[in-house]
Design a protein around this ligand. Structure first.
Ligand SMILES: *[C@@H]1O[C@H](CO)[C@@H](O)[C@H](O)[C@H]1NC(C)=O
Ligand SMILES: *[C@@H]1O[C@H](CO)[C@@H](O)[C@H](O)[C@H]1NC(C)=O
Ligand SMILES: *[C@@H]1O[C@H](CO)[C@@H](O)[C@H](O)[C@H]1NC(C)=O
Ligand SMILES: *[C@@H]1O[C@H](CO)[C@@H](O)[C@H](O)[C@H]1NC(C)=O
Ligand SMILES: *[C@@H]1O[C@H](CO)[C@@H](O)[C@H](O)[C@H]1NC(C)=O
Ligand SMILES: *[C@@H]1O[C@H](CO)[C@@H](O)[C@H](O)[C@H]1NC(C)=O
Ligand SMILES: CC(=O)N[C@H]1CO[C@H](CO)[C@@H](O)[C@@H]1O
Length: 516
């Protein structure tokens, strides 16, 4: 494919002056860094995703990102009806009607730290960063998580009603909402144009005076006398955001209600499963459903895989709770020792609930500072994301939301020093930002597995590669194919009655779009 720089050409026609955007795509400006490679963006330069070509029947377009060749490269080929391959690996999609879950989307979180880092860049670079995630030539994120109040990725602990006020009259959004969250969310919505950005809200902590510990920081229980007050607080939040032009799609019942207590400094509200059940069915559910925000999807749990069996036993078994909830949110922090099969416990036999990944972040395991929070350029952290998304989607997840969209080179700011990694690292002193392998890993899913795509059954003849396939709403089929081996692999791909042999590069993730 031809590679050239995007340029705008003023084209004067008889009728009007029109601005045409000419040409293909902007390739990665590769830089070798401590742990691998990144793509460098600044105020005047940022790589884009090559455009999707108009394909005729049987044609495919394959996008590749590899360890030594970041960014997206793309080429076009064709399937044929004669199958005569000698390839060592076979991928088969035998029946496009053999379907599984419908996809909701992929995205990241509008944490305060994301806003602080984005806004630390020159304005043109800010725009290129947001385009990289939400733009037509970027990853096309369709989901965003918005913290209700502060988190560990803020510069201080705060809620919207820090003074004791039973009437909620003093409820007021924080400077952080006006400076960091709302401006970015609005720009992201603008970049989506007529396409939807689905926003999910989650609270980390209620005000200190409503908690057993009398502190926003650290885990405390919500005092029972504030159960009703806390439900109404959410309505105030949705009203305040609505008056700023931002409408939400979903809300979670509490960020990490179960194991938030393990991180002793993180602003967190703790619920036992029994208390969570009571709060949802007697307070939160009725309050939301009886408000102007009654159409919000209510997502419960919002915590690690490990306690899903208990969630199923205590909460998802209760028919009154099921009346109110639409989905189950799952965090990734215990995935390194809890198998994806635990996601089978995120289900109820009485109601279809969607399962969605609501938070993920590399670099949280520091093992007494032996592992740095940010490993700039690390391909293996990209592979962590790839394998995790594969596992989750194989077990029925409908979407996956990353944590901070942009952090500084130390993995912050975070007022409790809970530094972690992020797909984009911002260097404000140089006015540039670095797209890490994680960015491209996540992008292969967000860009090509569009909302309303439906997963179809795939089979792979060897453990050498992983693949998932989806029927997209535009009637194209997409295969995501990854291999982490040191050698290129010849793969014969058979989709119902047509096939093609494709070389899958070593250490690569690929998206193959086919028009059938
Ligand atoms: C921005 O990045 C491009 C491509 O790497 C480079 O040519 C240009 O010099 C950079 N601009 C600044 C101001 O660093
Ligand atoms: C199939 O492969 C064999 C051996 O590689 C070759 O002789 C034959 O012509 C091929 N047939 C088709 C239809 O491509
Ligand atoms: C394909 O899958 C669908 C749905 O499971 C099933 O009804 C149909 O019989 C399958 N077709 C074949 C040829 O197996
Ligand atoms: C719903 O709200 C109305 C008035 O706003 C109130 O009269 C009614 O009791 C509420 N119903 C529930 C189930 O909370
Ligand atoms: C950020 O820029 C400074 C120069 O201002 C440089 O010393 C530092 O190494 C850069 N950080 C990263 C992670 O590239
Ligand atoms: C997809 O295929 C279905 C059935 O053949 C057709 O009704 C629909 O219009 C197609 N959609 C698009 C976007 O081409
Ligand atoms: C992601 C993935 O499945 N990677 C595999 C690629 O192939 C090697 C063997 O060559 C496997 O060990 C990896 O698990």
């Amino acid at each position: 494919m031809e590679v050239c720089l995007k340029q705008s050409i003023l084209f004067l026609s008889v009728l009007s002056l029109q601005l045409f955007c000419v040409c293909c795509y902007i390739p990665c400006a590769t830089r070798e860094v401590e742990y691998g490679y990144v793509c460098v963006c600044n105020s005047t330069y940022c790589d884009t995703v090559p455009q999707i070509e108009p394909l005729s029947t049987g044609q495919y377009q394959i996008y590749t990102t590899s360890k030594n060749n970041l960014g997206f490269s793309s080429s076009v080929g064709a399937f044929s009806s004669s199958s005569n391959s000698t390839a060592s690996v076979q991928i088969s999609v035998a029946n496009l009607s053999d379907t599984h879950q419908t996809i909701i989307g992929f995205g990241g979180a509008f944490s305060d730290s994301t806003g602080i880092n984005v806004l630390s860049l020159p304005e043109e670079a800010q725009q290129l960063l947001l385009e990289s995630y939400f733009g037509e030539e970027g990853l096309g994120y369709t989901l965003g998580r918005v913290p209700i109040g502060g988190t560990d990725f803020s510069t201080k602990a705060y809620t919207y009603c820090d003074g004791e006020d039973l009437t909620l009259e003093e409820f007021t959004l924080a400077d952080e909402d006006y400076s960091y969250k709302l401006p970015l969310i609005k720009k992201a919505i603008d970049l989506k144009g007529d396409k939807q950005l689905l926003l999910l809200a989650s609270a980390w902590s209620s005000p200190a005076w409503t908690k057993s510990t009398n502190s926003i920081k650290g885990s405390g229980n919500l005092k029972e006398e504030y159960y009703d007050w806390w439900a109404k607080y959410f309505i105030k939040f949705f009203e305040a955001y609505e008056s700023n032009g931002v409408i939400f799609w979903a809300v979670t019942t509490q960020n990490e209600p179960v194991q938030g207590f393990l991180a002793t400094d993180v602003p967190n509200l703790r619920f036992s499963f029994n208390n969570l059940k009571t709060w949802i069915k007697d307070y939160f559910g009725p309050t939301i459903r009886n408000s102007t925000f009654k159409d919000l999807k209510i997502v419960t749990y919002d915590d690690g895989r490990d306690f899903l069996p208990l969630l199923q036993m205590v909460v998802l078994s209760d028919e009154e709770v099921l009346e109110y909830i639409d989905g189950v949110g799952v965090h990734w922090y215990t995935d390194f020792f809890i198998p994806a099969s635990f996601l089978n416990y995120a289900k109820s036999d009485k109601k279809d609930l969607f399962v969605i990944g609501t938070e993920a972040s590399n670099g949280f395991l520091k093992f007494f500072d032996l592992i740095p929070p940010v490993m700039l350029g690390s391909w293996s952290r990209g592979v962590n994301y790839i394998n995790n998304i594969f596992d989750d989607l194989e077990y029925g997840m409908a979407g996956w939301i990353d944590w901070n969209m942009a952090l500084d080179p130390s993995g912050g700011p975070t007022f409790i020093d809970n530094f972690v990694d992020s797909p984009i690292i911002v260097n404000s002193t140089l006015g540039e930002f670095y797209k890490q392998p994680m960015f491209y890993a996540l992008g292969h899913f967000s860009k090509f597995v569009l909302p309303d795509s439906v997963r179809v059954t795939t089979e792979v003849s060897s453990g050498k590669i992983r693949t998932l396939a989806f029927n997209r709403p535009d009637n194209k089929t997409v295969l995501i194919i990854s291999n982490d081996s040191d050698d290129d692999v010849e793969v014969d791909i058979v989709i119902e009655s047509i096939s093609s042999t494709i070389n899958i590069q070593s250490k690569s993730i690929n998206s193959l779009l086919i028009k059938l």
